[in-house]
Design a protein around this ligand. Structure first.
Ligand SMILES: *Cc1c(COP(=O)(O)O)cnc(C)c1O
Length: 405
């Protein structure tokens, strides 16, 4: 199946807008993706005609909202191929999902137990582990990276050892684009009985992930990076480990019975879904995944690879430009710097020409420390982007460099 990119672009109202006199060129997909009309309509429809609280009403609207919310859970379950609906837990996003696992699974750990993450993690897959490690006397260790921005696995057999209880690793780096060999890491971790959490915030919009096939214990992602709303995300967890874990937050919906003396907890997934959730967010995320599923993900990955190759080749022709993250396995994200220019200035001049890129440390300061740089300029593509946009971007970049040098 080939993708009709111009038809796909028409489904995104924001892509028709302008920044000043320049048409918007949106290359900040790593931070958040734009929303297709189908998702926008779904959100409007919910607030205009369907709004009610879920799970506890006998009335029509409450039942309708509950059905839609649970149907969205089913769509997500199928998309990642979870074994059961109740292994799919709604969260606020990737950050929230990692905090849930760190705080809840972390309570099962004992002083001296080890947590393994990597030097290329997003801050949201570092700080929650630092917090629980400090609280419980756990050892936090890091897989280093190499000059190409890949995980350096030379010491992996020592890093994953009998003390390792959980390995939390990003599938795809938001700052460098590197695609990590997660299946190899999962297999090694399981050999010593360690659980594995995959940060899929940058993956499900570019490639399919089958949680049963890769056999991860947890997988987290955010709705807003996969064409859905902000403030909603997913924690997938295997049933047996989720059942061993204590609740993360207390409140309504997560209980079976409450007396003043004692509370018994609800079954999965409700045990981890305290309070009124982001109902419209969950329904909108289901719609976004349904929308994405109509396309051939292989075709999307192939098209994005073309954009990546095209942009990389053009960028490298600019004098003094250096790309950070040069692994052979990358998604369509390019981080770079240009000699004698500051990333912020370049980003500002691109913005003046209608082009949205991100500048800074991308919530990955340890990567910037590794390269001894303050930050980068990052262009991250989605499959609604085009080679024509990349040409305009290169033109605008050349103009910016001329002004700054
Ligand atoms: C965006 C991102 C996060 C954090 O996601 P939130 O939606 O801000 O919670 C975590 N990890 C990676 C790799 C990301 O790209």
């Amino acid at each position: 199946m080939t993708l009709d990119i111009s038809a796909i672009r028409k489904e995104f109202p924001i892509l028709k807008t302008s920044i000043g006199k320049y048409p918007l060129i949106y290359f900040d997909n790593g931070a958040t993706a734009q929303k297709p009309q189908a998702v926008i309509d779904c959100i409007n429809q919910y607030y205009q005609a369907e709004n009610a609280n879920i799970h506890r009403g006998v009335h029509h609207l409450s039942q309708l909202a509950t059905e839609k919310y649970e149907a969205a859970r089913g769509v997500i379950k199928s998309y990642i191929n979870a074994a059961h609906d109740y292994e799919v837990i709604f969260t606020k996003g990737t950050t929230d999902g990692i905090n849930l696992v760190a705080q809840s699974f972390g309570k099962l750990l004992q002083p001296g137990d080890e947590i393994l993450i990597s030097q290329m993690e997003h801050h949201s897959n570092i700080v929650p582990w630092q917090m629980i490690a400090e609280e419980r006397g756990l050892q936090l260790r890091y897989i280093p990276i190499n000059e190409r921005g890949e995980l350096d696995l030379t010491t992996i057999d020592e890093l994953i050892n009998n003390n390792t209880k959980i390995v939390a690793i990003t599938h795809i780096s938001n700052a460098l684009g590197t695609i990590n060999p997660i299946e190899e890491i999962i297999e090694k971790s399981h050999k010593v009985g360690a659980k594995v959490l995959i940060d899929a915030a940058q993956s499900l919009q570019h490639t399919t992930v089958d949680v049963q096939k890769i056999d991860c214990d947890f997988l987290v992602f955010s709705g807003h990076k996969i064409f859905g709303p902000t403030g909603v995300g997913i924690l997938y967890g295997k049933e047996d480990v989720l059942n061993q874990m204590p609740p993360y937050q207390g409140g309504g919906d997560m209980i079976k019975t409450v007396t003043l003396e004692k509370t018994t907890y609800n079954n999965l997934p409700h045990k981890f879904e305290a309070g009124t959730p982001n109902i419209v967010g969950g329904i909108g995320l289901g719609k976004a995944i349904e929308w994405l599923s109509q396309f051939d993900l292989e075709a999307i990955a192939q098209y994005e690879q073309e954009l990546l190759d095209y942009a990389t080749e053009k960028l490298l022709k600019i004098e003094g430009l250096k790309i950070f993250g040069t692994s052979a396995k990358k998604c369509a994200t390019i981080s770079f710097l240009i000699d004698n220019t500051h990333p912020y200035d370049v980003g500002t001049l691109l913005n003046q020409q209608g082009i949205a890129v991100r500048t800074g440390h991308h919530c990955t300061q340890p990567i910037m420390d590794f390269y001894k740089i303050p930050g980068t300029i990052r262009a991250s593509f989605s499959f609604y982007n085009t080679k024509e946009e990349i040409d305009l971007f290169i033109g605008a970049l050349n103009k910016a460099v001329m002004m700054l040098k």
